[in-house]
Design a binder for this molecule. Structure first.
Ligand code: FAD
Length: 470
């Protein structure tokens, strides 16, 4: 048996179900990665994320080659070409089966279904594995057999499932079929790099080894205080593993396994830091389940249909000032500039800027969702859509529409000394910690783009008037 493993957002050798299974049931393995230009443009994949992916491919290609597995890099213009491209390669390489790790958003699901149909029609066995989540979609159901729309209830059942079944355990290192090491042909990759943006590469070294080093560092230090430090953007209080989880150079099971180890095997008791971190991994699973169970969210629809009546403003000038960190609200500008400069933003600030865009500027959450994807190195459709819909009060477990963060209060609470603002908004660096959150007029820094109190009140009134049963 010869197996073709199609890599996507699972760019690693360890604990990779599609690859591990191929190592068990094949005499030989081939690997492929497909760069689809239409997909990159339409989803959109941030240029910094593209660079990060390509760097991972370089490392993955070499590591696979050392195991005698050749990684072929294919390029297509449109998603429609993918089934034929995969089939052609499988036939050229005389593969009997194709292994993939499932991807849950609708476009990816449909793409894989088309590939499976084409391959099956040609006599190639297609096997799909669950990798991106700890507990696979479909396994978490309420008493009526329906998916959960609320996180707390989802989490309760998730914990029962995850602790009862071995899904949560990372697999042991695969023993690959004995083969002569080969050389990775990276000629195409060199060309691909020209489309990407390497400006934040120094912040984010690529690779499985780097991801595991970050995980170990976090386990050795910050995780025990995570519940106290995770909301403070000037503190290194979170794992910064999201880019690695997004491209799959580390698996969620490996992250969970490390956390359980620190916590003596306890899931939701023991160290509060560890259990709070595990809770975030469960949120991550939750949003992957949401896109599977409620695919309408993959078509730019709000989870709560009635919220689509909200009269979102279509003000491109105001939106552009938000994107560029020029709103005159220091914490918002610092966060938006962090995104531009590093390709990443702290979680607390993602919520602050998303609420500000939707609740104070009243701009459509889909504009913000798109901007984030086009800039984030950790861009992940499910987590991003979930985070935006939560902030805009349109989603599953959304913040109630009348609970609106005041960015200035958030700034005082979570950046009390103004260290984070000073780092990204140098125009305000001279201000003391009392003035920096809501500065007096400063040369070269814009005045606030909106009145926080008036706009908040107006948004709440507008939400309150929506017909909840359209
Ligand atoms: P840690 O705090 O160390 O958490 C560990 C891991 O848990 C993260 O790496 C991430 O994979 C997962 N996680 C943590 N919080 C969440 C959450 N709220 N939802 C889902 N997963 C979570 N995360 C992405 O990975 N990609 C995105 O595109 C993305 N977009 C977001 C957009 C908005 C508007 C909001 C509010 C949140 C978004 N998040 C996204 C979730 C969260 O902000 C990031 O996962 C987190 O900031 C990553 O930092 P970290 O790795 O240090 O996280």
């Amino acid at each position: 048996m010869k197996t073709l493993v199609w890599f996507r957002n699972d760019l690693r050798l360890s604990d990779n179900p599609a690859l591990s299974r191929a190592a068990i049931d094949s005499d030989a393995i081939e690997a492929v990665y497909i760069h689809c230009h239409e997909y990159v443009k339409s989803h959109p994949v941030a240029p910094v994320r593209l660079h990060f992916i390509f760097e991972h491919l370089q490392l993955l290609g070499d590591e696979l080659a050392a195991q005698g597995i050749s990684l072929t890099l294919l390029e297509v213009k449109t998603a429609k070409e993918i089934p034929a491209a995969i089939l052609k390669l499988a036939q050229q390489k005389s593969c009997d089966q194709l292994h993939i790790n499932a991807e849950y958003p609708l476009d990816e699901f449909v793409r894989d279904k088309n590939v499976a149909a084409t391959c099956k029609a040609a006599g190639i066995i297609v096997r799909r594995f669950h990798d991106r989540v700890i507990v696979p979609p479909g396994m978490i159901r309420n008493g009526q057999g329906l998916p959960y729309k609320v996180f707390t209830a989802f989490k309760r059942t998730w914990l029962q499932q995850a602790t009862a079944v071995s899904w949560a355990s990372p697999s042991s290192a695969p023993a690959f079929p004995k083969a002569v090491a080969c050389k990775f042909d990276n000629a195409v990759l060199k060309k691909w790099f020209a489309e990407a943006d390497d400006r934040v590469a120094a912040h984010w070294p690529a690779g499985e080894a780097e991801a595991h080093e970050r995980l170990k560092d976090f386990m050795d230090t910050a995780i025990r205080h995570y519940h106290e430090t995770r909301d403070f953007p000037a503190t290194e209080g979170t794992s910064t593993l999201s880019p690695y989880l997004a491209v799959g150079s580390i698996s969620p099971r490996q992250c969970l396994g490390a956390a359980l180890h620190v916590n003596g095997g306890e899931w939701d008791t023991g160290s509060e830091g560890v259990t709070t971190w595990i809770n975030e991994l469960i949120w991550r699973d939750f949003y992957q389940h949401v896109v599977t169970d409620f695919p309408q969210v993959c078509k730019h629809n709000p989870m709560q249909t009635y919220t689509d009546q909200f009269p979102w403003r279509k003000d491109e000038k105001v939106f552009e000032r938000w994107c560029q960190g020029q709103t005159g609200i220091p914490i918002v500008d610092a966060a938006m500039r962090q995104l531009l400069q590093t390709g990443w933003m702290h979680n607390r600030l993602r919520m602050v800027v998303a609420m500000f865009l939707t609740k104070n500027l009243q701009i459509d959450w889909r504009w913000g969702e798109h901007w984030f994807m086009s800039r984030l190195i950790d861009g992940d459709f499910a987590a991003n859509n979930g985070g935006w819909q939560w902030s805009a009060s349109t989603g599953t477990d959304a913040a109630p529409y009348f609970r609106v963060f005041n960015p200035v209060s958030q700034s005082r609470k979570f950046d009390p000394d103004g260290h984070f603002i000073r780092q990204y908004v140098p125009e305000l660096a001279h201000l003391d910690k009392k003035n920096i959150h809501q500065p007096p007029p400063v040369n070269g820094y814009p005045l606030p783009i909106v009145d926080l109190v008036v706009s908040r009140k107006q948004t709440i009134e507008l939400f309150g008037k929506l017909d909840r049963k359209p």
